[in-house]
Ligand binder design. Structure first.
Ligand SMILES: C[S@@+](CC[C@H](N)C(=O)[O-])C[C@H]1O[C@@H](n2cnc3c(N)ncnc32)[C@H](O)[C@@H]1O
Length: 249
């Protein structure tokens, strides 16, 4: 079933503890899943024209990355929660040899990123619409990715919503499982309380070596290039940006 089309109630979610036979913590999906938003007629036309080549909906078919990008043997990085794709589109030209897959629930965000990719001829960007955690489990094989990025994830600041945060022991374990040996997980937040939350988790996943920030010699681009909308808001409020890098052992 397609999560993003299900607007009545909580979407079907993998029972991660059962599937992976563990008792780690996984995010509970919040209403963010149902975010809709509208596109202008021009955006809709552009989206419909390019989605068949550039996009996929969450599903149960493993992604054949080489076939999708039409090239073999390139580094592949998945960005979860790409928003409007500001960082994605700014970083992609600097890593043209890398396949970038942006995962987002929010169609207008994907449309904005698509518009930038099409206008600027960025042919190393593809996108998946759906919950990034489900996409990781259902669409990527274990040890198939070189990098995973999570930039400014929703902070869910109220204590009763903390369980919705995407960075948890279970997602770190899942992300690690999808990374190749030597692969990189890069997380950034501008939210002090979320940073404290992540600080508690940096050593929790045994197959990830925490590298801190910055990591000289990191094999991937880590400079996000632009101050994103959300980051800008954070900076306006005098928030500090905290970044995290891990290497898959
Ligand atoms: C605070 S915004 C940050 C967007 C972007 N990374 C930036 O820095 O501007 C968080 C984004 O993550 C998306 N998001 C939240 N949970 C998600 C999930 N489980 N899977 C995919 N995207 C998600 C939201 O729709 C939103 O666009």
């Amino acid at each position: 079933m397609n999560n993003t089309e299900n607007i009545s109630g909580r979407p079907p979610q993998t029972n991660f503890n059962e599937a992976f036979n563990n008792d780690l913590d996984y995010p509970r999906l919040g209403n963010v899943t149902f975010r809709r938003g509208t596109l202008t007629d021009n955006q809709e036309a552009m989206f419909n024209e390019n989605w068949p080549q550039m996009g996929k909906e969450l599903g149960d078919e493993l992604i054949d990355v080489d076939a999708w990008f039409g090239r073999a043997g390139h580094t592949t990085i998945v960005e979860i929660g790409s928003g409007t794709g500001t960082s994605t589109a700014a970083m992609a030209p600097l890593e043209a040899d890398t396949n970038i897959i942006a995962v987002e629930l929010y169609k207008p965000g994907l449309a904005k990123l698509m518009g930038q990719a099409v206008r600027n001829g960025l042919d190393n960007i593809r996108m998946v619409r759906g919950d990034g955690v489900e996409v990781m489990v259902r669409m990527f094989e274990p040890e198939s990715l070189d990098g995973i990025r999570v930039f400014f994830p929703d902070p869910w600041p109220k204590a009763r919503h903390n369980k919705r945060r995407i960075i948890q022991s279970g997602t770190l374990n899942l992300f690690a499982s999808r990374l190749k040996k030597g692969g990189v997980l890069h997380v950034a937040t501008d939210h002090a309380d979320y940073a404290e939350w992540i600080n508690e988790l940096v050593e929790v996943e045994p197959s990830l070596e925490y590298k801190g920030w910055p990591w000289d010699g990191c094999p991937q681009l880590t400079d996000r290039q632009v101050i994103t909308k959300f980051e800008g808001k954070g900076l306006d409020k005098d928030h500090v940006i905290t970044e995290y890098l891990w290497e898959k052992k």
